[in-house]
Design a protein around this ligand. Structure first.
Ligand code: ZN
Length: 130
C-alpha cells in the first residue's frame, strides 16, 4: 500500500490527484492490473470525472450543494452532516485499470479527491493489484 497526503484549502473542493496517482503507478513498476484508490475519511471521497475543464468540478460541487442543503434539518451534533452525505454519495474508492504501465483513463478523465469539510490534510491509499 502506498500512502499519499493531500492538503486541501477550501471547505468544498475537488483536488485533481491524477498526476500523483500516475507517478505512483510508474514508481511501482506496475505493468498491467488494477489500481485501487481509497480514501479513509467520512467527509471526503473520490470520484473520476472530467479534469480538462475545471468548470465541470465546480458544477458538480454546486449541484451537490443544491441537492444537500446546509441548513438541513440534520441531527448529527458535529454540524457537518452535509459533508458526510456528499462523501457517501461519491464513495470512498475508485478502481482504475493499469495497461502498459499507465492508468487506462479516458481522454478527459481525471481522479479527484473530493473535500467536503476542509481545509484539512487528507490521506489517500493506493494499492496495485496484479
Ligand atoms: Zn461529523
Amino acid at each position: 500500500m502506498k500512502r499519499i497526503e493531500i492538503r486541501t484549502t477550501e471547505r468544498d473542493e475537488f483536488v485533481d490527484i491524477t498526476p500523483l496517482v500516475r507517478e505512483e503507478v510508474r514508481r511501482a513498476g506496475a505493468e498491467d492490473g488494477l489500481c485501487l484508490v481509497y480514501c479513509p475519511h467520512t467527509t471526503a471521497g473520490l470520484t473520476i470525472n472530467e479534469h480538462a475543464d475545471p468548470a465541470v468540478a465546480a458544477d458538480i460541487l454546486a449541484a451537490l450543494d443544491r441537492l444537500i442543503p446546509g441548513d438541513g434539518p440534520w441531527t448529527h451534533l458535529e454540524g457537518n452532516s452535509p459533508a458526510h452525505v456528499k462523501a457517501s454519495l461519491l464513495g470512498a474508492s475508485v478502481q482504475i485499470p493499469i495497461v502498459d504501465g499507465d492508468l487506462a483513463l479516458g481522454t478527459w478523465q481525471g481522479v479527484f479527491l473530493c473535500e467536503f469539510d476542509g481545509p484539512r490534510t487528507r490521506t489517500v491509499w493506493l494499492r496495485f493489484l496484479a
